[in-house]
Design a protein around this ligand. Sequence first.
Ligand code: IPD
Ligand code: CA
Ligand code: CA
Length: 255
Amino acid sequence: MIQQVKQIALEAGEIIRDGFGKNISFEYKTNESNLVTEIDKKAEAAIINFIKKEFPDHSILAEESGAEQKESEFTWVIDPLDGTTNFAHGLPIFSVSIGIERGGETIYGVVYDVMRDVCYSAEKGKGAFANDRKITVNDNDNLNHSLLVTGFPYNISENPSGAFEKFVSFLKVARGVRRLGSAAIDFCYVAEGAFDGFWEVSLNPWDVSAGILIVREAGGMVTDFSMKEINSSSIQFLASNGKIHKSMVEILQQS
Ligand code: IPD
Ligand code: CA
Ligand code: CA
């Protein structure tokens, strides 16, 4: 099944690549920062058509078209284009993210880093991969030597969960803090050791479903900002190599 998930993620990626740099129409969602383009919808439709053909009894939770609940214990959690703002502005950092949950637990995760043509994948209990290469988190245990990444929700102007203060606190202690604009990619770069840690508030299930499994299967840790287990109502996400997790929690608790 993981091969089929990868295949459809690659096909959606091809749709996105074809549209990249072209004059693509878009609409606003919640505000003028929050866009949806015709390509988000086209990529999502391709994934959903595939599921309906191959796994017609599976449930679907997709960012642009919502939930379709079926009897099955399997749910596909889909972000057809994670990094829409980058895509719409011609910045080549965006991904396709597909998580497959069974009884509420993610068992397959695929994130396709479209412009780099790297497909990150994980199957529960079987490790994490970038294309066919096994990946692991890094082993840095010093927050001062860390390269971190974060993201901001579309209502960032309201400073949800003290996001500004948290960002400043990490800027002061880490070696560097980046903001790439695709949460699914942020998780994968933690999984392969480029980033030591990633935190963000107010992410949605489709942003995190695949990425969390990929980080865990690469040996990393994912919790909320109090080091508690993630559950379906979590809104804070902290992913790291495990070794700097506690130091990151301390900063997140202070600010
Ligand atoms: C967004 C990206 C971004 C994150 C936002 C997400 P979208 O997803 O993952 O990195 O900071 O919170 O909403 O809208 O491009 O699918
Ligand atoms: Ca997203
Ligand atoms: Ca999206």
